[in-house]
Design a protein around this ligand. Structure first.
Ligand code: NAP
Ligand code: ZN
Ligand code: ZN
Length: 353
């Protein structure tokens, strides 16, 4: 396989900071699209993976799965994209395409396993992990490439590729819409998208935050009501009130406090993926026939559906743009919940170096 060296930012070990490095990208095969990366969002999963918080990662690790860029080259059999198109890449770049889930458009639950945009074995370059969007360019099979609606600001669109689909998919699956009271817990990158999307779906949205500074702003994002989750009285007022809760918290927290807010037959879906297990009391579930569930990103067709939905409703992320040289600082701030609401890397800063 012919490869080309491109500039990237990544880390060699769980304890090491991210630094500039060269990585190899394959030359486009007949079904591939080569993309010049313009912007890449910074997801908390990038941090969990770079630091091996979910088990040992593959190193070197180049994170980034909220990618927006321009097509600069296409393989001979590519039919969906042409040079100059504005496109996106999310959390996966391939899957088996044959299992029942791939056939149903649930590629994220592919039985042999999807190929992650980073930290997966690269089928094309044996022995190498896949490398994500903290880089100048990426080469991806056209079937895993998304189209960005024309009315979107490209930097603010990048976070839709993970934070957008990860919240849209469960909200859609659990039939969130008019007449439903929905809680969104943790107003970070995912949570702030969850508020915007649930509101656009027509639900009554209640935001739960630990941050006083986000309390007033959650309404601007679209929440009908906001709860400071540290305040027991405020929490009690919602006891047994919610049809569905989307939990997007990245760290340990008390799940039972939220299960208590569900109505009979209500569901709480975790999208947040904390490093350690979360204890659930039997009585939090059995007293109201409640469901405790989880959800991972979304399929390719559903991701396009989400992008088109956000285009129609003028939804993008609230972002803070950074140069790639500031990525280690951004990770430290992410750990403190100090971002409103998504860091996006301007990839021109990598090219300039
Ligand atoms: P983020 O921007 O860091 O947001 C996480 C939010 O959780 C924070 O803003 C904060 O909200 C809240 N939080 C943080 N620490 C907390 C604590 N100790 N107690 C209570 N609340 C706390 O992260 P993100 O990028 O949105 O990602 C959130 C989680 O989802 C991560 O674990 C990530 O890996 C995971 N994820 C999962 C999927 C999936 O497919 N399921 C996809 C992407 C990401 P407040 O300030 O409002 O309290
Ligand atoms: Zn992500
Ligand atoms: Zn499959």
């Amino acid at each position: 396989m012919k490869t080309t060296a491109v500039k990237a930012f990544g880390t060699e070990a769980a304890e090491a900071p991210l630094n500039q490095m060269d990585i190899n990208r394959r030359e486009p095969t007949p079904h591939d699209v080569e993309i010049e990366i313009l912007f890449c969002g910074v997801c908390h999963s990038d941090l969990h993976t770079a630091k091996s918080e979910w088990g040992p990662s593959m190193y070197p690790c180049v994170p980034g799965h909220e990618i927006v860029g321009k097509v600069v080259n296409v393989g001979g059999h590519v039919s969906k994209f042409k040079v100059g198109d504005t496109v996106g890449i999310g959390c996966m770049v391939d899957s088996c395409r044959e299992c029942q889930y791939c056939k149903e458009g649930l590629e994220q639950y592919c039985e042999p396993g999807m190929t992650g945009t980073y930290n997966s074995p690269d089928k094309h370059i044996p022995g190498s992990p896949t490398f994500g969007g903290y880089s100048e360019s990426i080469v991806v099979d056209e079937n895993y490439v998304l189209r960005i609606p024309e009315n979107m600001d490209l930097a603010a669109a990048a976070p839709l590729l993970c934070a957008g689909i990860t919240t849209y998919s469960p909200l859609h699956h659990w039939n969130v819409g008019p007449g439903k009271k929905v809680g969104v817990v943790g107003i970070g990158g995912l949570g702030h998208m969850g508020i915007k999307i649930a509101k656009a779906m027509g639900a009554h949205v209640v935001a739960f935050t630990t941050s006083e500074s986000k309390f007033a702003e959650a309404k601007r994002l679209g929440a009908d009501e906001v709860v400071l989750s540290k305040d027991e009285e405020q929490m009690k007022a919602f006891s047994g009130q919610l049809h569905f809760i989307l939990d997007a918290v990245s760290a340990e927290h008390d799940i039972n406090a939220y299960l208590n807010l569900l109505r009979v037959d209500g569901s709480l879906a975790l999208v947040g993926a904390p490093e350690h297990p979360l204890p659930v009391a039997a009585f939090s579930l059995i007293t109201g026939r409640k469901s405790f569930a989880g959800s991972m990103i979304g399929g390719i067709a559903e991701t396009q559906e989400m992008l088109d939905f956000c285009g129609e409703h003028n939804i993008t992320a609230d972002i803070e743009m950074i140069d790639i040289q500031k990525i280690n600082e951004a990770y430290e701030r992410l750990l403190k919940g100090d971002v409103k609401y998504r860091f996006v890397i301007d990839m021109a800063s990598l090219k300039a170096n």
